[in-house]
Design a protein around this ligand. Structure first.
Ligand code: UD1
Length: 413
């Protein structure tokens, strides 16, 4: 639970260190369940999602401790978690399914319900596990998978990030060869595959739509530094596009953010790729059109931050959300600050306005919360962001400290 008071801020100037990627670390932590040996994850981000998953790892019999700036996991005594509440706390915990099944021959999790941004079913995860030979049984609101996994050809109906990761992990210990077709291509998948390969897995094609995995009998321990968080970096680039100024996003990688960088350039923001990270200069001056898509298309997770940019950018910007069915809830909150936004199903039309004024608003989900903080940076007076559910801390490491360090006017209450 957190509340933020944000005031209109001068152009942001300075350097923001980009944290290790949340969406890379979570599957990598689950991947640690695939071996009996120690897995060391360097610089894990200080996020509630990471802490929650760590407790779930412990409920799976995994020993965990921190050493310098690393998280060490050891799953030599792996078991299914007894208390389903541990799994239910976060969506990404569905990613324990593949490793538990691959190592124990049995896995049970409660079925995740819908969430604020959409229904988010796991049918593709289950379809893939079933193709690998698992029996799938539903009872009492949960799903139990049992069986000894054998390599298979799996076609995903849509390139789901989570399903690709879950199946990739399960297939590393399956007997024979698995091919995942229409796989997701996100950088976090490439990082997970590289991490698993460093444990002895045999994987080819990660980052393309066909991934081939040759099962091995066991995996060994490793030490891994996951990639920098492209969504945090993209959010901070949006902050710069809102206030103007000049930011160095230390550690951010341009090749993971091409779609956003093209859009910011179209809006008149200058970008420079340097060895230390991405430099972003100046304010957005022209409107833009965004269609969220799977990677390398525009990430749905940056749709809300870009909508905050559009609110004060002169002209008409258009957003089409194709990944999640209900991901415009921030539009109504941005409207409370004076933004002109019309939402029709999956389309939002934003008419840039020269003035936003501070108001109390509510963070409806993680990225929506970040978007409201960004909008508060360019709204006259005070914007009070109520994040009762603690969404922002799930995915942004100390967002107020990072923004304050470059001149943002924001206080956690
Ligand atoms: C991951 C990211 C999340 C990001 C999303 C899309 C993590 C921890 N989270 O979520 O930040 O917004 O990718 O880039 O990495 N779907 C099905 N059936 C399935 C699986 C997915 O219908 O079995 C649908 C979902 O409802 C959604 C779409 O496919 O509409 C994309 O979901 P998916 O790629 O699986 O997202 P996540 O892995 O949950």
């Amino acid at each position: 639970m957190a509340h933020y008071a944000v005031r209109e801020s001068p152009p942001l100037r300075g350097e923001i260190p980009i944290s290790t990627s949340k969406n890379a670390v979570l599957p990598i932590m689950c991947g640690a369940l695939l071996t009996r040996e120690d897995v060391r994850i360097e610089h894990p981000p200080d996020l509630t999602d990471v802490h929650t998953l760590r407790s779930l790892m412990e409920a799976c019999g995994c020993r965990t401790h921190c050493e310098q700036d690393a998280l060490i996991l050891n799953a030599s005594c792996l078991k299914n978690p007894q208390d389903e509440e541990d799994v239910r706390k976060m969506r990404a915990s569905v990613l324990v399914l593949g490793p538990l099944l691959a190592r124990l021959g049995e896995a049970r999790i409660p079925l995740p319900g819908g969430c604020a941004i959409g229904q988010r079913p796991i049918d593709q995860h289950l379809k893939g596990m079933s193709a690998l030979g698992a029996r799938v049984a539903f009872d009492h609101g949960g799903v139990t998978l049992t069986g000894c996994l054998r390599g298979a050809v799996i076609y995903l109906d849509m390139p789901s990030v989570g399903a690709t990761e879950n199946l990739l992990m399960a297939a590393t210990l399956a007997k024979g060869t698995t091919r995942i077709e229409n796989a997701a291509k996100e950088p976090e998948i490439v990082d997970l595959a590289a991490f698993l390969s460093s444990m002895g897995a045999k994987i080819a094609g990660a980052g393309t739509s066909t991934i081939t995995i040759e099962g091995v009998s066991e995996l060994h321990g490793t030490s891994w530094q996951p990639i920098a968080d492209r969504i945090e970096a993209g959010t901070m680039a949006c902050a710069c596009a809102i206030t103007g100024g000049e930011l160095l996003l230390r550690g951010a990688r341009a090749e993971h953010l091409r779609s956003l960088l093209f859009k910011l350039s179209e809006a008149g923001v200058h970008i420079k790729d340097t060895p230390g990270g991405l430099m972003v200069f100046g304010r957005a001056k022209q409107p833009f059109e965004i269609r969220t898509m799977v990677y390398p298309g525009f990430p749905t997770d940056l749709q809300a931050p870009m909508m905050a940019v559009a609110c004060k950018t002169p002209g008409t910007s258009v957003f089409l959300e194709t990944i999640f069915e209900n991901r415009f809830m921030h539009a109504a909150e941005l409207a409370r600050l004076g933004a002109h936004i019309r939402v029709e199903n999956r389309v939002s039309v934003v008419e840039g306005t020269p003035y936003l004024t501070g108001a109390p608003v509510r963070a409806t989900d993680l990225r929506a919360g970040a978007a409201l903080i960004l909008a508060g940076l360019c709204a006259e007076g005070e914007t009070l962001v109520d994040d009762e559910a603690g969404h922002i801390d799930r995915g942004y490491c100390h967002i107020e400290d990072k923004l304050c360090a470059v001149g943002g006017n924001i206080v956690r209450l």
